[in-house]
Design a protein around this ligand. Structure first.
Ligand code: 3HC
Length: 283
């Protein structure tokens, strides 16, 4: 099966990043969002980032023009009717995602593969609401998408080998590194990353060290590009809490209990970079 036309659903940070990577890799991609303002923001953001890459001399003006040409925006989900691959990157809410997948199942051609960029919701459950469960798969990109090399490819229990192979090939075409994982809570990336972030928050909560010092330990001691609390602010504290809850509920193991301080910050609306305050201030 060849993939000629792609659609990305959701023009937020992840969706726009994914669409950019497809366009830069020479694939026709439609970015979809129900909200026109969000869509325009997503498209403008991609155009600006492409310009920045050109300014740095890492993309030619011709390549930039080609990427812009391959990218289009739409608020109409029915425009997925000619797509071979659709990647959903909407809000992390199972009801919303299942509705999107049910609609896509009706709209897209029978051969199309439907992928989700979910960071932690079960692909098996999403696949089960469609009439093509063997063609449903997870493609978990990392933030910031244009920079991070990894894509976790999550096989639902129903995913066929053929679907997996098409997506693995596609990931390599995007110049990303695929890693095959099974559909268990948090997959691999967040199962490892989030308990580390949660433990860093416990260290602050229990007075082991300050926010800055916990970050310094991991940056200078382990060569992490960002300390865990800076990274938590970057990801969003609400997202971190949500994923810890998925791990806690999914495994029923107390080692995944979210730190009370994380809950408190989320209740206060201190969600990290996006809200102007988290473990650090971004005023
Ligand atoms: N979008 C596009 N490009 C970006 C970017 C963004 N948001 N942020 C930074 N970049 C680019 C810069 O333009 C620069 O490009 P260049 O090398 O071509 O000049 C390059 O990334 C490095 O940026 P900077 O020099 O400004 O800053 P750093 O060297 O500190 O790198 C970083 C920034 C790449 C974000 C680095 O700090 C890092 O790797 N942090 C860790 C990120 C991480 O762990 N991500 C995974 C999060 S978990 C996740 O996504 C899973 C989810 O389910 C929760």
């Amino acid at each position: 099966m060849s993939v000629n036309q792609v659609m990305v659903i959701g023009a937020g940070q992840m969706g726009a990043g994914i669409a950019q990577v497809f366009a830069q890799s020479g694939l026709k991609v439609k970015l979809n969002d129900m909200n026109e303002e969000a869509l325009n923001k997503g498209i403008t953001g991609i155009e600006k980032r492409l310009q920045r890459v050109v300014d740095k001399g890492k993309l030619t003006a011709d390549e930039q023009a080609k990427a812009n040409e391959l990218l289009s925006g739409t608020t109409d989900l029915n425009d997925a009717s000619d797509c071979d691959l659709v990647i959903e990157a909407v809000v992390e809410n199972m009801d919303v995602k299942t509705k999107v997948f049910q609609s896509l199942d009706e709209i897209t051609p029978a051969h199309a593969i439907l992928a989700s960029n979910t960071s932690s919701l079960p692909i098996t459950e999403i696949a089960a609401v469609t009439k093509r469960p063997s063609q449903v798969i997870g493609m978990h990109f990392m933030n910031p998408v244009p920079v991070m090399k990894l894509v976790e490819i999550i096989r639902a229990i129903q995913t066929s080998d053929e679907t997996y192979q098409v997506i693995e090939e596609m990931t390599k075409k995007l110049n990303k590194a695929p890693v095959e994982v099974n559909d268990l809570p948090g997959f691999a990336a967040n199962r490892i990353l989030m308990p580390m972030i949660n433990e860093a928050i416990f260290a602050v909560h229990e007075g082991v060290a300050s926010v800055e010092d916990v970050d310094t330990v991991m940056k200078l001691g382990m060569n992490h590009p960002m300390g865990p609390l800076t990274l938590a602010d970057f990801i969003g504290l609400d997202t971190c809490l949500y994923i810890m809850e998925v791990l806690h509920d999914g495994f029923g193991d107390s080692k995944y209990r979210p730190c009370p301080l994380l809950r408190q910050y989320v209740k206060a609306g201190w969600l990290g970079k996006k809200s102007g305050r988290g473990f650090y201030s971004y005023e």
